[in-house]
Design a protein around this ligand. Structure first.
Ligand code: KG4
Ligand code: ZN
Length: 388
């Protein structure tokens, strides 16, 4: 049964790997997609969407790559009609990280409700949905299987196409849900819990990896530092808040630029430096914890900012996007905007609710895939990491 295919443009996609915080540093699009590519079959129930050129295209997006069950309806890849997110933070919090099996089970419990709510909040009837887009990877396999399998069945029952979307590409497309999106080509910093990389983006579906983390993702570093400071999981938001109260100059952690001329990152060293500092200066003093948070955040933010601005200059791009869960960080948002000013660079950072995992970005990316004729097939599998 043909649901479709991924097309040749995706050969250009390269990048880092899994979400759900098993980090890896490999290429963007995986072998499974490459090997699953078949010519688009002209016949069959998934041949075309309900939309015509003139009418709007409504896409139902589904995201279950890690610990958020999310569904959204997006019109024409830009207007978010509804976006529902059921977070599992309270379930994983006691474990200090995401427990994959619990995540899968919770997705199964939540997905029907979340999808129903997204449709009802959009004001659409089910038969107005033109196509589905669901995250196919990278991420936790058990979690992805829930969303992608649900999407296959739902697309089949609605008699509309389904396209499986790469999670990293979804994050990059999140900037197109904002009123003034970037012009192509642009440079994107994607920093999340499972990935950190810089990409040269030439179209909605063509992304070239310029550099990525060699060890921890930036969000993973925030989470690990929060854990060792006793601040719980996930750590990004709480470190962000504490950092505003602390003095970033009090405890200065080394900036891991690696080679200043390339775009790779390394964050595990900062995390270890924080651990050594905490071991040497044990204290429950709230002021010291805030200073450590501020010092750590300043180091991460400085490196991320430097590299994305440098990447834009090397590629001669006027536009910069900052996306992924860490793009919610107030220090990073301010720093990139400040350093871009005066250099003639325009910065695009989605609103905070679109930085973390959500399904609106999946629907946005899916819109462009569907427009480009890409579709998934019933036998397509999910993938945990990219292996170019
Ligand atoms: O994009 P996302 O929701 O999931 C992945 O694809 O990984 O990113 C989650 C990550 C977590 O590591 C979380 O700690 C981090 O984003 N994060 C932040 C902030 N809010 C979330 N990191 C720094 N500052 C924040 N305000
Ligand atoms: Zn993500």
């Amino acid at each position: 049964m043909i649901l479709g295919e991924y097309r040749a443009e995706n050969k250009n996609l390269k990048g880092s790997s899994s979400t759900g915080h098993p980090t890896s540093n490999e290429g963007y699009l995986n072998d499974e997609i490459e090997s699953n590519r078949l010519p688009l079959k002209p016949a069959g129930r998934y041949q075309k969407t309900r939309s015509t050129q003139a009418s709007p295209m409504y896409i139902l997006g589904i995201e279950t790559s890690c610990d958020e069950t999310a569904a959204a309806i997006v019109q024409d890849g830009t207007a978010v009609l509804s976006s529902k997110i059921s977070s599992q933070i309270s379930i994983h919090h006691p474990y200090g990280g995401v427990v994959p099996e619990l995540a899968s089970r919770k997705h199964i419990e939540s997905i029907v409700t979340v999808v129903d709510e997204a449709i009802s909040e959009s004001g659409l009837k089910k038969n107005q949905i033109d196509a589905l887009a669901a995250t196919r990877g990278p991420g936790l396999v058990g979690a992805l299987l829930v969303g992608f399998s649900f999407a296959k069945a739902y697309a089949y029952s609605l008699d509309v196409p389904l396209v499986g979307v790469n999670h990293l590409e979804s994050h990059i497309n999140s900037v197109f849900l904002e009123p003034q999106p970037p012009a192509f080509p642009f440079v994107a910093l994607l920093a999340s819990g499972g990935h950190t990389g810089i990409y040269y983006v030439t179209s909605h579906t063509s992304v070239e990896l310029m550099g990525q983390t060699r060890d921890d993702a930036a969000g993973e570093a925030f989470d690990k530092v929060a854990k060792l400071l006793g601040l719980g999981y996930p750590g990004g938001g709480v470190i962000d808040r504490l950092a505003r109260e602390g003095n970033p100059q009090k405890i200065v952690f080394t900036r891991p630029y690696l080679d200043k001329s390339d775009f790779d990152f390394s964050f595990s060293g900062i995390k270890t430096a924080v651990r050594h500092y905490v071991d040497k200066h044990p204290s429950d003093d709230a002021g010291q914890i805030a200073d450590i948070a501020a010092g750590f955040q300043a180091a991460v933010v400085e490196v991320l900012t430097y590299k994305v601005i440098h990447a834009a200059q090397i590629k001669d791009c006027e536009h910069i996007a900052v996306v992924g869960g860490v793009a919610a960080n107030s220090g990073l948002r301010n720093s990139v905007r400040r350093d871009a000013r005066g250099r003639g660079l325009k910065v695009h950072i989605p609103s905070v609710k679109l930085c973390g995992d959500n399904a609106a970005m999946v629907a946005a990316a899916g819109f462009h895939h569907i427009k480009a004729g890409m579709q998934s097939r019933l036998e397509d599998d999910v993938f945990s990491r990219n292996t170019v």
